[in-house]
Design a protein around this ligand. Structure first.
Ligand code: NAD
Length: 388
């Protein structure tokens, strides 16, 4: 008998199979607070109908299996162009999605996108090390940028990306899809309304067993790190958005059971974070085994939890005394894409702005620093610093 994962069309055990599951849920119209900053000129919708035009840069797994299908459902943005180094991929995307040749670019011709009024937004779906360069070039071409997580390989690169977008007066958002997912939004509402009292402890973890030892995710120069950069970032993000605070102290430990496969990047990391309110977070991430996918939040009057917590779908939640958390399925990528298009139209900052990506990278650098030094790292002021 075929398993649910096999039926999903993904290779069992693959990264895609791990995060792709079935589910139910309704969009909760609750959102994280945004920080308005009116430095940008609104860019009028120039694409057909009222939809903004988006070009995808990097036509790999995520672009092919999640983002392109999501763009068939979006109300405010449409697939207008592609950028790839592989001509055969461009040909196949052109045939499948009816993209005109004038909207297709190679990495060499990428900057000519500046002259293309049909493309308003560029979505960077490349290996992590390429996010900074392609975001900065997009901003200089006058385009708004949605960039996949992790924002870049270093906090310094994140700062340069934010500066480039500000200088070009263009919006920048990071692909933190969970912040548009109704179970997560409900949890955020629990946290803000103190439904279960003040949050005292969060346990969060995300990991999967990684396959092909030759992929870019295991090469430091492309990935910037291992499981932490790739999926641990979801646990980190969740602790930050549920608490609404930045950690003051971070302590971390790394374990490697396969030093050959993981010679360049981290295999498994556990870390703790202390927040100003007294909240303690215990987090884990791994490339060594599947099934770690949880978010447990404990207040002083009860708890709520999601498990699985960070998948593309199938997110399931329950609470100590308020019943299950249950919503109809949504396409997280479609919600994220539409939200960014609206932000661009309305000239306002996304709740998943570049600053959010930068703060995560600063926390990630503190986690690696703690591993290197064997000490607890004091981070409060560093992470909160918004003076770029
Ligand atoms: P992938 O390897 O499937 O695709 C990467 C693409 O980049 C490929 O089309 C490849 O041809 C292209 N590329 C260009 N130069 C390259 C180079 N030098 N080396 C390798 N590839 C090169 O990766 P993916 O899974 O699609 O991930 C892309 C990005 O999306 C990553 O930053 C990843 O963290 C992020 N991601 C986010 C989610 C999410 O849920 N938000 C899920 C998966 C991946």
């Amino acid at each position: 008998m075929r398993s649910a994962l096999q039926n999903s069309g993904s290779k069992p055990g693959s990264r895609r199979a791990f995060v792709k599951k079935t589910a139910t849920s309704t969009v909760l119209a609750s959102a994280l607070g945004t920080t308005p900053f009116a430095i940008l000129n609104p860019q009028a919708a120039r694409s057909d109908g009222n939809k903004l035009g988006i070009a995808l840069v990097g036509l790999g797994n995520l672009a092919t299996h999640q983002i392109a299908p999501a763009l068939a459902k979006t109300k405010h943005v449409r697939l207008a162009g592609v950028v790839s180094g592989t001509p055969s991929k461009i040909e196949s995307w052109r045939n499948q999605y009816g993209i005109p040749a004038k909207n297709c670019y190679s990495y060499e011709t990428y900057d000519r996108i500046a002259d293309n009024p049909e493309i308003d937004i560029i979505y960077i779906v490349l290996p992590n090390s390429m996010h900074a360069e392609y975001t900065i070039r997009a901003a200089r071409s006058g385009k708004h940028v949605l960039c996949e997580k992790p924002m870049a390989n270093s906090a310094k690169d994140c700062e340069e990306m934010i500066t480039a977008c500000r200088q070009a007066k263009r919006r920048l958002a990071i692909g933190y899809r969970c912040q548009f997912e109704p179970h997560h939004l409900r949890c955020l509402q629990f946290a803000r309304e103190r439904t279960f009292g003040a949050l005292k402890m969060i346990e969060a973890g995300f990991g999967f067993r990684i396959g092909d030892p030759n992929q870019w995710r295991l090469k430091h120069r492309y990935a910037g790190g291992g499981a932490l950069m790739d999926v641990g970032i979801y646990a980190l993000q969740a602790c930050r958005y549920l608490s609404g605070e930045e950690p003051t102290h971070i302590a971390a430990m790394e374990t490697k059971t396969d030093p050959v496969k993981f010679s360049e990047v981290d295999e498994s990391i556990t870390w703790t974070m202390t927040f100003p309110s007294g909240l303690n977070c215990y987090c884990s991430t791994t490339y060594a085994l599947s099934g770690i996918n949880r978010l447990n939040a404990h207040g002083d009057q009860g708890w709520f939890r999601l498990n699985p917590a960070f998948s593309y779908s199938g997110i399931t939640g329950t609470t100590s005394n308020a019943g299950p958390i249950h919503y109809s399925p949504i396409d997280q990528f479609a919600a994220e894409l539409d939200d960014f298009a609206i932000c661009v139209r309305e000239d306002r900052e996304s709740k998943v702005s570049g600053l959010e990506g930068l703060k995560d990278l600063r926390a990630i650098e503190a986690i690696y620093q703690s591993i290197r030094t064997g000490r607890t790292v004091q981070v409060a002021e560093t992470i909160s610093d918004t003076t770029l």
